[in-house]
Design a protein around this ligand. Structure first.
Ligand code: DGL
Length: 262
């Protein structure tokens, strides 16, 4: 039972924003980070094909790594496939994420909230249901960004960003209406917190950029079995790329996060 890892799954490097929080809360756990880079970006996938892909991938991952818990911080995947994964693999506890619409609705003062996500997450029935259930009193604008996840992948590897291009992606989040302004933007894609400082610099006015990473890590902590701590001298935390390869910049990035590319 001991030393079974915490598995963390994302379409790319976005889940690292949650891994770093999870590490702080669970320093005695071993982590396996899986990036489905062969399927990246998830935002553009047709729903059924993506659902099948992720369930098949998990069948292999769970058999190979026998994790104590599987965390899927990726909004695009979670909003689509979490219930299928729970049904298909009832012995594994899953922690997912959904756009932080409820906390945003509780906090907004102007009543104008934007949700910045991938085109996939914006389209999901799940996301629309969240708005209906928790943000009925607010004006919620869904902004599906075509390019930000790719930009974050490049930026985090040290490549330059074009301010104009970033601004074009975030501009639709900012609404002024009847003397009120958007005051909260939900970062509903794991990749976006890596760009949060750029967003702050470019934003037409200051807003609260809501990042759910810590909340996801806390939820994971509440579900990990107490007995599953890693043994002293345990194997290093690893990163797995479904493409089977990682270039120099990616390896260097993973090293920075204390992950060895398997
Ligand atoms: N990281 C993903 C999310 O949280 C999606 C990025 C992508 O693959 O398009 O939604």
């Amino acid at each position: 039972m001991t030393d079974r890892p915490v598995l963390m799954f994302d379409s790319g490097i976005g889940g690292l924003t949650v891994l770093r929080e999870a590490r702080v809360l669970m320093p005695d756990r071993r982590f396996v980070y899986v990036a489905d880079d062969a399927g990246f970006p998830y935002g553009d996938w047709e729903e059924e094909a993506l659902r099948v892909r992720i369930v098949e991938l998990f069948a292999r991952l769970l058999e190979e790594h026998r994790p104590q818990i599987a965390v899927i911080p990726c909004n695009t995947a979670s909003t689509l496939v979490l219930s299928d994964l729970r049904a298909a693999f009832p012995d594994t506890p899953f922690v997912g994420t959904v756009p932080a619409i409820k906390p945003a609705a509780e906090r907004t003062r102007s009543g104008l909230v934007s949700v910045l996500a991938t085109p996939g997450t914006v389209k999901r029935a799940y996301t629309r249901d969240l708005i209906q259930s928790f943000a009925n009193e607010c004006h919620v604008r869904l902004v599906g960004s075509q390019n930000l996840a790719r930009m974050a992948e490049a930026y985090i590897r040290g490549r330059p960003l074009d301010d104009e291009a970033v601004l074009a992606e975030i501009s639709p989040c900012f609404i002024e209406q009847e003397g009120k302004r958007t005051d909260i933007v939900v970062l509903a894609c794991t990749h976006y917190p890596f760009l949060a400082n750029v967003f702050r610099r470019l934003a037409p006015w200051p807003v609260d950029w809501l990042d759910p990473a810590e909340a996801i890590a806390r939820r994971a902590l509440s579900l990990v079995p107490a007995a599953c701590v890693a043994e002293p001298g345990h194997e290093a935390d690893v990163a797995i790329f479904t493409s089977g390869g990682a270039d120099f910049l990616t390896r260097r990035l993973m090293q920075g996060f204390g992950l060895t590319v398997a």
